[in-house]
Design a protein around this ligand. Structure first.
Ligand SMILES: [Zn+2]
Length: 443
């Protein structure tokens, strides 16, 4: 048994305990008890404020290599997508492993303990299969293991280049021959202690309604998480309405995709009816505000979604920046700009989106809360640095969410194992690996 002593720990519902002892056996918390104000002998001290591990619900890790390279070409999401496709052309399982490992390690440094990798880069250049049809997915799985973070591999079904359109040359790398080929490939993937396999419908652009139904029933039969990009751009809504006479949300609802295991990623351009449908199904909506602003997507109706019953989660998506607290506060701050109203989402609401909601949406139901029986995933944040110094204990959660940074994360524990200590990854020189991985894929 390992005992972690937390100088202060956030337990949810306004509770911050001082000197909390978290007793861990294997990868689970046995129990938590309020203990002494100094670390007892033999314990692992976690100073500052300890929060549950952070869930990064939506990532395309390879896009980390685009950072700083897409800021000059004027245009739209679709211009950016061309630049992203150029990068997708050159990756292979080895370069994917290196890039994913370094990117997941960067996430660990930021306090991310579980990541949802929305994975669609399945095949070799030109669309031919590797000898292992899951070679690229296996590289992502190995990368997460080596970086010490939990992973939900959301294997994306991607069959068309747009509604009624053939795939382009680059998109052949994403495309299974048909939905049955996707099923057969995904059936070969297995869960592990640190890995869950989930499903993704890439979008209504890439998957027809009848094919979406097949993916949704696979996820249902496995009790697996099901994610889809939903209404990120107005053009997707227009094409969907023209083809099916319904919004993407309605098309997915009719395909049986919506449930409490479903996550609508982005949910930016929703009709009022869409908001009601997503909320009524108890689905998650994953907002990715730093990417949505980077790609000029727009601002999603986060507070209306919450009022309707949807549960919010957060993702770093394109990894243009990896700052989980910035994703959290941007949900509130972007809505302030759009509505002229302050305090629609409280600090605790946003921290719950980043933790317990995110874990559940990725299929890890025993995570995201510091409590007996839950996964021993903990993040210690320094509160004596320049951003948070001077904050009264009762205001720490708001200060962390509205002013904290990845640089404030000092220690990260995943499944009872220390992955980050004093701001350093225990196994990986993250900056050096990022540099070499990104150099390896520069065109
Ligand atoms: Zn995405």
């Amino acid at each position: 048994m390992t005992v972690f002593w937390c100088e202060r720990a956030w337990l949810g519902a306004g509770r911050i305990e001082h000197g909390l002892l978290v007793e861990v056996t294997g990868d689970r918390i046995d129990k938590v008890v309020v203990g002494p104000s100094v670390p007892p002998p033999g314990s692992e001290a976690l100073r500052g404020l300890v929060i549950p591990g952070l869930a990064n619900v939506h990532s395309h890790c390879f896009q980390r290599a685009l950072r700083g390279r897409t800021q000059r070409a004027r245009g739209s999401f679709w211009t950016w997508r061309e630049q992203m496709y150029e990068l997708a052309q050159v990756l292979d399982p080895d370069s994917m492993l290196a890039l994913a490992r370094a990117t997941f390690a960067e996430m660990a440094l930021a306090g991310v303990t579980v990541v949802g990798e929305f994975h669609y880069l399945h095949f070799a250049s030109g669309g031919t299969g590797y000898s292992d049809p899951n070679a690229m997915g296996a590289a992502v799985v190995r990368a997460a293991e080596e970086a010490g973070v939990r992973l939900t591999l959301l294997d994306a079904c991607y069959l068309h280049g747009g509604i009624g359109a053939e795939v382009s040359l680059v998109q052949r790398r994403f495309r299974d021959r048909c939905v049955d080929a996707w099923l057969a490939r995904v059936d070969r993937l297995d869960d592990g202690p640190m890995v869950r396999i989930g499903a993704a419908i890439h979008s209504v652009r890439a998957v027809d309604p009848d094919e979406a139904e097949v993916v949704a029933s696979w996820a249902k039969s496995r009790g697996a998480a099901l994610h889809a990009h939903v209404s990120e751009q107005p053009a997707e809504n227009e094409a969907c309405l023209a083809a099916y006479g319904a919004t993407p949300t309605r098309v997915l609802e009719r395909a049986g995709a919506l449930s409490r295991r479903f996550t609508a990623v982005h949910s930016t351009h929703l009709s009022e009816a869409d908001v009601g449908v997503l909320g009524g199904s108890g689905a998650f909506c994953c907002l990715c505000p730093t990417t949505e602003r980077d790609l000029a997507d727009g601002i999603g109706p986060a507070s209306r979604l919450r009022r309707a019953g949807a549960r919010l989660t957060l993702g770093s998506d394109s990894n243009a920046i990896i700052e989980p607290f910035e994703e959290a506060r941007a949900v509130e701050l972007d809505e302030r700009l759009a509505t002229g109203v302050r305090a629609l989402h409280g600090g605790e609401d946003l921290l719950s989106a980043a933790t317990v909601n995110g874990y559940e949406s990725l299929g890890w139901r025993a995570g995201g809360v510091i409590r007996g029986g839950m996964l021993a995933d903990l993040v210690a944040v320094r509160v004596d640095g320049v951003r948070l110094a001077g904050t009264p204990a009762g205001d720490l959660v708001d200060a962390l969410v509205f002013a904290g940074a990845a640089a404030d994360v000092s220690d990260v524990v995943v499944g009872g194992q220390i992955v980050v200590r004093d701001g350093r990854h225990v196994r990986i020189d993250v900056a050096r690996e990022l540099e070499s991985a990104i150099k390896g894929v520069r065109s």
